[in-house]
Structure formats: C-alpha cells, structure tokens
Design a protein around this ligand. Structure first.
Ligand SMILES: [Fe+2]
Ligand SMILES: [Fe+2]
Length: 425
C-alpha cells in the first residue's frame, strides 16, 4: 500500500512531489504531480491507494479522477476523502463511481456498554449496540463415573478444559465410596463446567474407608463437601439465554419389594431370586433405625414439589423411577416385561429404584429426567418426559458394549431452550 498523503510527514517520506504543507495545518497538491504519483503507484504494483486530499465534487473528467479511473481499471482499490470544507452541508468530494469516498462525522450522542466476562470481570466501553447474552447454556448428564477405577478418573480428567466452560453438568451419583477420590472428581469437574449439580448414588454411601458412623451421616458429610466446593445439591434456576430453566435434584434410594408397593421389583423367571448377598449395599451400607432410606430421601424432596416453577424443569436422580426403563424400548415393541427376564444372576429390579420417584417427577412436570444406577444407557420418551441415562460405568462394561450407547463425553440433554435431539431410543 502506498499512501499518497496520509499526513504531511508521511507525504515527505513517500511522495514529496505530490503534496506540500499549506501552512495552515493541512496540505495541498498540484494536480499534475498527483496524477504522476497515482500513475507511479500503479506502475509500482500497489493494491490500495488511500487519497486523503479533497477534490472535485462535480467533474468526473477532472484529471485526478481520470487517473484514479485508470488505477481502478488496473485493479487498484482507491479510497478518497469526501472532504470537509463545504461549501454546504453534505457536500461530497470525489463523486466518481470508481472511488470509495469516505467521510467522518460527529454527533453529540454517546453510547456506552458494559461487557461482563465469564469470570465476572466488568469492562466499560463505547458501544451503540444493545447488550446481548449471556451465551446460551447447555445441560449435560453423566452418572456412575466410579472413579475408584483409575481409568475412569483419567477419563474425567481428560475432558476438555474449554468445551464445557459455560455449561452445566448433572452428576447423578455413584462417584466413589472413597470420599477423597469423590472430592477429587468433583473438583476436577467443577473446574471444567460453569455449574455442577450432584446427588449421591448407593456406592457413595458405602462405609468403606470412612469414619462416618452410618450412611446417613456420610450423606450429610457429602452435602457439606459439596457446599465447600461450590457444587449444587439444591434446586436452582439458571439463565440459559432462552427464558431460563430449573434444575431439581431428586434424592432417593430404592424400595425393596418387601418394603413398599413402590418397588420396581419384577419376579424372576428362574430360581435363586434372592442372591442379595452379591449386592454390595448389603455389606457396606448401614442406616440408623426407623423408617426406610427411600422414605427418608424422598421426604427431603417434598418441599421442592410444592414450589412454583416459572420455567421448564429438568430433574435428575441416581435411581430409576420406572420399571420399564430397565429394558431397551423399541418403538412399537409392545408391552414391557412383567418378569425379570434373565434366569441367571442377580435380579437387579429388586434394588433398581422406586415408583415414588416417578410420582415426584410428574408432580414437578419435568421436561427431562436424567438418572443412572443400572449402567444401561438410554434415551426414552414416555408421556412427554425424556428419560435419559448416561453412565460411564465400569471399564469392562464399556469394552463389552453392555452399557449401550456411549459418546466421548457427558451427554447433552438440553440446549437452545429445549431438549437436545436424542441420538438413540
Ligand atoms: Fe453405578
Ligand atoms: Fe448405583
């Protein structure tokens, strides 16, 4: 680029023949010298000419205008000054259509705006546009990360530092029985996501490597831990850029068939239905006397059910809220099993969850409910509610494919003010 007269000093450096100091703080130019300078610039192969000198406002055949025509024909972009000396308002110099004539103006309005960054820092500056933002927030679900497996801990540590920095994670339990590893996992995820909501699974309340006297005491210790880490365990309204939405954690435990009618239990087709001895909770969980753990946790949700929610609700739990979620659901596949279909092994339906959760979800009017526990990933829509399970599970389950669909990170369940599009059913 060859400026012909960007300023008197530059003129002296780059083209002493084109302009001269007019003694009044400006410059003047002889037309012959200017035409010669334009031609020379074209010969020199410049791409853009910036001509900060006024000129004719009536004559296309002015010698400088014609020199610019030839420059434009040679492929040179020519920007010229529209002038600021009148004689009347809106008088424009360099009216030739092959030129980009540029003017500046002033007015007595002022525009200011404040930019608020993700870390809360505020910067004031000039702006004539209305404020926008915050940037849309996405909601992701994940559960059963079982970070006592070092491979699983490495998996969460390997999640992007950048991709989820404005997003929300619903972490639906079974992080680890070891409270030190559980804390490390929460800290790690808290650094990657703008917000993390957490509730416990059954493994988190195992009384292994802990000095908690019983599982209820350990539960309250986990709530304290979350408070200290800035991890949410209570309902909260979020600004997602689309009118907001509510996240509601639903604490729970499973109902065994001998405890209440709300159990998700299905009788087993074969013998050996008990086999509870192989279920770790039978050995590592201990409750204070009185009532069932399920009743205790469900009761803690009740105040949330009677609240007014002025935006869509997304709820999540660790345990399953419905019997039919235990099985793959194919469209038009007919009725769900009424017996536990596997003749061998443990009858998971005995400890899967509780129908009482489903009643709470319906009372809330949830649009999406995320859950975990079974290590079988699904996205199923039943009577208007999207039920989504996205467990990381055990390494051997992922390798065998038993866990079902699994993507490279937490599962997107909400964006643009509505449920994300399910990839499978
Ligand atoms: Fe689990
Ligand atoms: Fe679980």
């Amino acid at each position: 680029m060859t400026p012909l007269c960007p300023s008197p000093k530059l003129r002296a450096l780059q083209n002493p023949n084109a302009c001269w100091d007019n003694g009044a703080g400006g410059c003047g130019a002889n037309s012959g010298d200017t035409v010669a300078a334009i031609d020379q610039a074209v010969i020199d192969g410049v791409d853009v000419l910036n001509f900060s000198i006024s000129g004719t406002s009536t004559n296309y055949l002015d010698s400088v205008e014609v020199a610019f025509l030839f420059a434009a024909r040679a492929g040179v972009f020519v920007a010229t000054s529209a002038g600021n000396s009148g004689p009347t308002a809106s008088t424009v110099a360099h009216i030739s259509p092959w030129l980009a004539s540029v003017a500046a103006g002033t007015h007595d309005r002022s525009g200011t705006a404040t930019v608020i960054l993700g870390n809360g820092a505020k910067y004031n500056g000039a702006s004539l546009t209305p404020g926008v933002g915050p940037a849309p927030v996405r909601i992701f679900a994940l559960s059963d990360i079982h970070v006592d497996y070092s491979e699983n801990m490495a998996w969460i540590q390997g999640l992007s530092e950048r991709d989820y920095s404005r997003d929300v994670l619903l972490l639906a339990g079974d992080i680890c029985h070891d409270i030190g590893k559980l804390e490390a996992a929460l800290k790690c995820l808290r650094e990657k996501f703008a917000e993390v909501f957490f509730l416990n699974g059954n493994h988190d309340l195992w009384l292994l490597e802990t000095d908690s006297s019983d599982s209820r005491q350990k539960f309250h210790r986990l709530l304290d831990l979350c408070r200290g880490l800035g991890v949410r365990t209570e309902p909260a309204k979020l600004d997602d850029g689309h009118g907001g939405l509510w996240i509601v954690p639903l604490f729970a435990w499973y109902d065994k068939p001998e405890e209440t009618q709300n159990s998700l239990f299905l009788p087993k087709a074969g013998p050996g239905d008990e086999m509870l001895d192989s279920w770790g909770d039978e050995h590592f969980v201990r409750w204070p006397a009185g009532g069932t753990p399920s009743a205790y946790f469900l009761e803690s949700n009740v105040t949330h059910l009677h609240r007014v929610y002025d935006a869509p609700v997304i709820s999540f739990s660790h345990f399953l809220p419905r019997t039919d979620l235990m099985f793959p659901r194919q469209p038009g596949a007919g009725p769900q099993p009424t017996v536990w279909p596997l003749r061998a092994g443990f009858n998971f339906s005995r400890v899967a969850g509780t129908w009482a959760l489903e009643k709470q979800i319906r009372k809330l009017g949830s649009r999406v409910h995320a859950y975990g526990h079974q290590h079988r990933n699904r996205w199923v829509t039943i009577d208007g509610i999207h039920y989504v399970s996205h467990c990381l599970g055990y390494p051997h389950e992922r390798k065998s494919g038993r866990i079902g669909y699994f993507e490279a990170g937490p599962r997107l369940i909400w964006e643009h003010g509505r449920p994300a599009v399910p990839i499978d059913v």
